[in-house]
Write a protein that binds this ligand. Structure first.
Ligand SMILES: [Zn+2]
Ligand SMILES: [Zn+2]
Ligand SMILES: [Zn+2]
Length: 352
C-alpha cells in the first residue's frame, strides 16, 4: 500500500483536523522518549509516600478511612486556581479577564510510589474512579459557582507530570472550557439534526460499518472500511475506540456503550467495567510502547450550564500517549500530524 495521505476531520470537533501521513520513512515529528519508570514501592523523600502525610496539605479524603490508606485526596500545594479572595471580572478595551477562581485537588492514586495504572488491581482502579466521581460531585455541590470539573492524569515530564509518585488531579472551574464547549455544542447540533447522540453513532459505526468503494473508471478498489477496524477492546459496559481522526499515534477513547452524559451518574457496575477497560488498554500501551508518557482526561457533561445536553453528550476518557512533540507546523496550522494510520494502530493494540 502506498500509505495514507489525507486530512481527516474530527466528527466531534470539526474544527480539529488531523493530517494522516504514513508514507514510509516519513517522520515529520520528533520522537518523545519513554519516561524512565520508577517502579519503587516507597521512596523516603517523596511527600506522597505513606509516612510522609505531614508534608502535603491536609487530607480531604482517604480510602479506606482507617488503617493504611490506598487512595488519598489533598489540596494541590501549587494550585493553578483557588477559591480564596474572589475577584471581579475585568474588562478594559480588548483586555478581558475572568478571576482564576476554582479548586485544584490532587489524588494520590495508590500508596505504592511507582505503580502504573495497568499494574493496579481492578478493584483498586474501580475505587479510584469512584473517588473521582465522589469528589466531582462534592466540588459541584459545595460551590454554586463551579460549573465544570476536569479530572485528568499526567504521566511523564513531557505530559506535564512534575511528581513521580502516581497521582491524578481535579480542577473545578467557574467556566466551561472551550474544548468541552465545542464537543457539547457540536454533539447537540448533531442530535438536533439526526435525533441521535454522535458518540453512540460513532460506537455503532465502528462496530458495524463495512464497505468497499471501487473506482468508476478502473474498477480498482479505492477504499475499504472493515467492521471493527477502529475497535481496540470491548467488555459488557465499555468500549475502547481509536478515533478515525486521531491527533496522536496511539490516542484511544474509552466510552460507556450505553448512552450516559454525566459521569456522576455512572453506576458501580459501569465503573467496574471502566476500570477493567482502562487496565486493559494501559496494559496494551505498555506492552507496545514501554513507559510511554501520556495524558488521560475525563470529559463529562458539566453540572451547570450545559443547556440540556443529557441526550446529546456522552462522557468519555481520552488517553493521549505523548510519542511525539508538536512542531511549528502543528502549532502554526492547528493541524495535527499523525504518521501512523489509526486502523494500523488499532490492529496492533488489539493484538498486544
Ligand atoms: Zn512516593
Ligand atoms: Zn451517547
Ligand atoms: Zn472529549
Amino acid at each position: 500500500m502506498a500509505g495514507i495521505r489525507e486530512i481527516r476531520i474530527n466528527p466531534i470537533i470539526p474544527s480539529e483536523s488531523v493530517l494522516i501521513a504514513t508514507a514510509r520513512g516519513m517522520r515529520p515529528r520528533q520522537a518523545e522518549a519513554p519516561a524512565p519508570r520508577d517502579a519503587r514501592v516507597r521512596v523516603d523523600e517523596c511527600p506522597f509516600c505513606p509516612g510522609n502525610e505531614a508534608q502535603t496539605p491536609p487530607t480531604i479524603l482517604a480510602t479506606p478511612e482507617r488503617g493504611d490508606w490506598q487512595i488519598r485526596v489533598v489540596r494541590n500545594l501549587y494550585p493553578v486556581v483557588a477559591d480564596d479572595d474572589p475577584r471581579p471580572p475585568f474588562q478594559f478595551g480588548l483586555q478581558q479577564a475572568i478571576d482564576g477562581y476554582g479548586r485544584h485537588e490532587l489524588i494520590i492514586d495508590h500508596r505504592y510510589h511507582g505503580i502504573a495504572l495497568h499494574e493496579m488491581a481492578p478493584d483498586h482502579l474501580q475505587r479510584l474512579f469512584a473517588v473521582i466521581r465522589g469528589r466531582m460531585e462534592q466540588l459541584c455541590a459545595a460551590d454554586e459557582r463551579i460549573r465544570f470539573v476536569l479530572a485528568f492524569k499526567n504521566f511523564g515530564p513531557a505530559a506535564g507530570a512534575s511528581m513521580k509518585h502516581t497521582h491524578s488531579q481535579m480542577i473545578a472551574l467557574p467556566v466551561i472550557p472551550q474544548n468541552l464547549l465545542d464537543e457539547i455544542d457540536h454533539s447537540r447540533r448533531y442530535h438536533r439534526r439526526h435525533g441521535r447522540c454522535i458518540f453512540c453513532t460513532l460506537i455503532d459505526e465502528a462496530l458495524t460499518f463495512e464497505a468497499t468503494l471501487y473506482s468508476k473508471e478502473t474498477g480498482e478498489i479505492r477504499r475499504q472500511v472493515r467492521a471493527g477496524e477502529l475497535i481496540v477492546a470491548r467488555n459488557p459496559r465499555c468500549i475502547a475506540v481509536k478515533p478515525f481522526a486521531s491527533r496522536y499515534e496511539w490516542e484511544v477513547y474509552i466510552l460507556p456503550t450505553d448512552h450516559q452524559a454525566d459521569f456522576l451518574r455512572a453506576d458501580d457496575e459501569t465503573l467496574s467495567h471502566l476500570a477493567a477497560m482502562v487496565g486493559e488498554v494501559m496494559g496494551k500501551l505498555d506492552r507496545l510502547l514501554g513507559g510511554v508518557q501520556y495524558n488521560l482526561i475525563l470529559h463529562s457533561a458539566p453540572r451547570r450550564g450545559c443547556g440540556g445536553c443529557a441526550n446529546s453528550f456522552h462522557w468519555h476518557l481520552e488517553i493521549t500517549p505523548r510519542t511525539s512533540i508538536p512542531s511549528g507546523f502543528e502549532l502554526g496550522s492547528g493541524l495535527f500530524v499523525n504518521t501512523l494510520a489509526p486502523e494500523e494502530a488499532a490492529e496492533q493494540l488489539r493484538r498486544a
